[in-house]
Design a protein around this ligand. Structure first.
Ligand code: NAD
Ligand code: DAU
Length: 339
């Protein structure tokens, strides 16, 4: 079994590579990644020398390079994590989101058609459903919830989902799609809420909470997401969408307070800043389908997962300090100064 993991130098893709190499030692795993600002080769250093692992620097939009790779490696399965993934960046510059998230996905699927494949799995997001009202805790996203996007990011992901379903219906491509809620865990890029707050708290910098901090996200430990994707590859039905989430809704402000408490830092570091444009209010996944069909259940409770995550950031300071000392500082100043 040869599996191409695109975007494997990023947060979830790298965790999926570790999960796959550990649980399927006979698989050949090829990581295809462009190494954008969000891709980090040092993340993969522990697996780089494994005989059944290979890294290739390729842009998923580069048709010739993608076809060359498929021709030489003959993958059985492709799991597409490669994407521009940060909502705030999509609000500033939508173009690259459309290119990578839509065109890139279609190039990968064209390669799958041309060279033959057992499965193309598209890693999507709960953001394609838009948001839910905060005062209706009885409502959840199911696979039947209409797509109703808010940001250029979520619109580009929804477009890719529609393309994937179209490639299944029109060309018979064996496609599956998963739509997961917010992940957290090791190797999460420090522009996102949880790692940003950990890094700022450790550096005694202000913690910028958008609006009143009352928006709700449904958090899942990254390994539970990886396990769900693996199950979909093994037992999922082609042409199907599977929602992934662990019923763990939390307000942003409560997450930030937990992080401060865990690190022994004062709540006076919290700074309320101008809200995100078009800010989604609440995400909440109904995972009934993946539970009943595939037997998936999350294993890590938030109370344990956040402790493990904070410990990881404390023990791996060089990983994130290197990131935030580079071009990230220009991004941070642009997004947060005068906010
Ligand atoms: P990330 O930003 O940490 O990583 C993205 C990776 O893709 C990076 O390694 C980057 O170099 C690579 N990449 C970007 N453009 C590329 C291109 N044109 N060609 C090849 N590689 C390219 O993202 P993440 O948080 O790990 O998210 C991975 C996937 O999971 C995305 O598709 C995202 O939409 C989806 N997702 C994320 C979450 C979450 O909470 N982070 C939740 C649900 C779904
Ligand atoms: O739901 C899945 C999605 O989760 C994924 O598809 C995205 O790729 C991923 O980035 C994530 O999107 P969010 O916008 O929910 O994540 P983010 O970490 O950017 O923000 C989480 C919440 O925290 C959101 O309500 C905005 C808020 N926030 C974020 C940042 C970066 C702040 O209050 N302050 C901040 O500085």
């Amino acid at each position: 079994m040869t599996i191409i993991v695109t975007g494997g130098a990023g947060f979830i893709g790298s965790n999926f590579i570790f999960y796959t190499l550990k649980n399927h030692p006979k698989y050949r795993v090829i990581c295809l990644d462009k190494l954008t600002y969000a891709g980090n080769l040092s993340t993969l250093k522990d697996v780089m020398d494994k005989p059944n692992f290979k890294f290739v620097k390729v842009d998923i939009c580069d048709r010739e390079a993608v076809y060359r790779l498929f021709e030489s490696e003959k993958p059985d399965v492709v799991v597409n994590f490669a994407a521009e993934s940060h909502v705030d960046r999509s609000i500033e510059s939508p173009d690259v989101f459309l290119r990578t998230n839509i065109i890139g996905t279609s190039v990968l699927m064209d390669a799958c058609r041309k060279y033959g494949i057992e499965r193309f799995h598209q890693v999507s997001t709960d953001e394609v459903y838009g948001d839910l009202p905060i005062d209706r805790p009885d409502l959840f996203f199911t696979e039947e919830t209409p797509l109703h996007t808010s940001s250029p990011y979520s619109s580009s992901k929804a477009s890719a989902d529609l393309l994937a379903l179209a490639y299944h219906r029109t060309y018979g491509l064996p496609v599956t799609i998963s739509r997961c809620s917010n992940n957290y865990g090791p190797y999460h890029f420090p522009e996102k809420l949880i790692p940003l707050m950990i890094a700022n708290a450790l550096n005694d910098k202000p913690l910028p909470v958008y609006g009143k901090g009352e928006n709700i996200r449904d958090w899942l430990y990254v390994e539970d997401h990886c396990k769900a994707i693996d199950l979909i590859l093994q037992k999922g039905r082609v042409g199907e969408v599977y929602n992934i989430g662990g019923h763990n809704e939390m307000r942003n402000i409560d997450i930030v307070k937990i992080i401060l408490k865990e690190l022994g830092k004062p709540e006076s570091l919290i700074t309320f800043v101008t809200d995100r444009k078009g800010h989604d209010l609440r995400y909440a996944i109904d995972p009934t389908k993946i539970h009943t069909e595939l037997g998936w259940l999350p294993e890590t409770k938030f109370a344990d997962g956040i402790k493990k995550t904070i410990k990881w950031y404390l023990e791996n300071r060089s990983w994130w300090e290197e990131i935030i000392s580079g071009e990230y500082m220009d991004y941070y100043d642009k997004m947060y100064s005068n906010r």
